[in-house]
Every structure is written in structure tokens, then in C-alpha cells.
Design a protein around this ligand. Structure first.
Ligand code: 13P
Length: 276
């Protein structure tokens, strides 16, 4: 893996490799996924290698995308959008972590606000799911973020603190160091109204301070923090130029390979690879 290093004046410093993730939500069947991922793979070259990219298609696409990535050696990590916390059992419609691990899934989104809001996933379920993902040696992308009402009430930090207290309580300091946390303000998701990079940076800094309090300095230095919510090719670089923001979790703008590749390119422009 190439180490990300500062690219010179105007670029952001830091040794954490940026992670840009495509959360396709309930879009693209496995045929469309095949074409989209192949197209994306063709668009990524050496300049983008400083950026790690994960693709999170619907469950029914996972096997197809896994075989494509492995067969064509695409520079992409396979991701899932959710899983249940139990190893197996009578949970109609759910998917277990070991099933994802068998498909070489590397990243699993845990506690996305759509799971929390629409499917009533609570903080304890989020914590149990984090443990399940770790048990099977996958990396969780834990989503946290405030609603518009909480934001207007000045309760953003309180919300983040409450969500992270329970979630981080489920993990060791070492696990925290290797996890990913996505700051996704609910009001910015799918709204076309992204947070400002200053607000996102403040939230990411606050999240890192909470990880430091829970897991110590090494955990805080290692954890990667993404921003998500109406990210596009125009605003992507502004976010990752912030020292506490190590990548992006992208919904709508990740569905088309050309648009998503532009975002990855914008992020890569803030880094350069030290690999020779
Ligand atoms: P949008 O990029 O469509 O706003 O979605 C963000 C998101 O929820 C990613 O998980």
C-alpha cells in the first residue's frame, strides 16, 4: 500500500490514507453494477492510487462485484451497506457478518442514518453490529450525524457525543485506530445542501477528540474520518483539504462511474503517493 504524504504547498498534511466510498444505497442491480464497476476501474490510474476506494453495492450485487474486482485486479475494495449483529438465526431478510466476510467484503457501513431513522436501528444495535464486523476482521464505517432540528438547537456535539459513547464503548483502542467514522449530517444527505468544509472540519475534529478520550492518542491518530452528505466533484477537494477529514462517503454522485471518478481525482489531487 502506498503511504500518503503531503504533496507540497497547498496540499493537506497527514499520514492517513484517504478513503472514498461509494454508498449506492438501493440502486443498481448486479448487471448495472458490473458495468459501473468495470467503467470505474478503467478510469482509475496511477494518479488516483493515493486514494483508497470502496464500493458498497446492494447485497444482491456483492458476488458479481467481488468476482469482477478479483478477476480484473481492480484497485477497489468491496464494501457492504449494513449487516445484522448476530452470527446467524431467525432474522428474515437480514444478512450476517460472516456471510459478508466470505465474499471478501472489507468495509461495512454501520448505523447509516437511513438504517437508524427508517429501520429504527438504535445505538445498542449499532454497537453490537460494530462488534460483529470486527469479529470477522472487516472494517466498520460507523456513521454519525445530527438532524436539522438538532443542528438548529445547537445540539450537534451532544448528538455526536451520545452516538459515539455507545459505539466506541464496543471497541478496543486498537480497533478504534483502524476503523472509519463517517460524519454525515442528516440534513445534508441527498439534499444538495452539503455542510461547509469549516463545519465538517469542526465536527471531524470533535469526533477525533472523542476517539482520543475513549481510546487514547494512537487511536485518535489512526482513525479515518470521512465526510458525507451531498458530496460532488466540485466540493470534494474542499473537504479533504481539512486535516481532520480523511475521505468521503458519497451517495448520489457515486452512481455514475464518470462522476465518481472525478471525485476520486479531486481527492487524489490533495495527496501524492510516495510509492516509486
Ligand atoms: P448523498 O451523497 O446522496 O447526499 O448521500 C450521502 C450518504 O448518505 C452516503 O452514505
Amino acid at each position: 500500500m502506498p503511504e500518503a504524504v503531503p504533496a507540497g504547498p497547498g496540499s493537506r498534511p497527514g499520514a492517513r490514507r484517504p478513503l472514498v466510498s461509494a454508498n449506492w444505497k438501493m440502486h443498481h442491480d448486479h448487471i448495472v453494477a458490473l458495468h459501473t464497476v468495470r467503467d470505474l476501474g478503467l478510469r482509475l490510474g496511477e494518479p488516483e492510487a493515493a486514494v483508497e476506494v470502496s464500493v458498497h453495492p446492494p447485497f444482491t450485487d456483492l458476488r458479481t462485484v467481488q468476482l469482477l474486482i478479483e478477476g480484473e485486479h481492480l484497485p477497489l475494495a468491496l464494501g457492504a451497506q449494513h449487516c445484522h449483529s448476530a452470527e446467524e438465526g431467525a432474522f428474515t431478510g437480514e444478512i450476517a457478518a460472516p456471510m459478508l466476510a466470505r465474499l471478501s467484503v472489507r468495509y461495512v457501513i454501520v448505523g447509516h442514518s437511513e438504517r437508524r431513522g427508517l429501520f429504527k436501528m438504535d445505538d445498542e444495535q449499532v454497537a453490537a453490529t460494530l462488534r460483529a464486523v470486527r469479529r470477522h476482521a472487516m472494517v466498520p464505517i460507523l456513521c454519525v450525524g445530527e438532524s436539522a432540528i438538532e443542528r438548529d438547537a445547537g445540539a450537534t456535539e451532544g448528538r455526536l457525543q451520545a452516538q459515539l459513547k455507545v459505539a466506541l464503548g464496543a471497541l478496543s483502542a486498537k480497533e478504534m485506530a483502524s476503523m472509519v467514522i463517517a460524519y454525515e449530517p442528516i440534513w445534508a444527505i441527498g439534499s444538495g445542501r452539503a455542510a461547509t468544509h469549516v463545519d465538517a472540519s469542526d465536527a471531524a475534529g470533535f469526533i477525533r477528540s472523542l476517539v482520543a478520550a475513549a481510546g487514547g492518542a494512537e487511536a485518535a491518530a489512526g482513525v479515518r474520518i470521512q465526510y458525507g452528505g451531498s458530496v460532488n466533484a466540485e466540493n470534494a477537494a474542499d473537504f479533504v483539504a481539512e486535516p481532520d477529514i480523511d475521505g468521503l462517503l458519497v451517495g448520489g454522485a457515486s452512481l455514475q462511474a464518470a462522476e465518481f471518478a472525478e471525485i476520486i481525482r479531486a481527492v487524489a489531487g490533495c495527496y501524492r503517493s510516495s510509492a516509486s
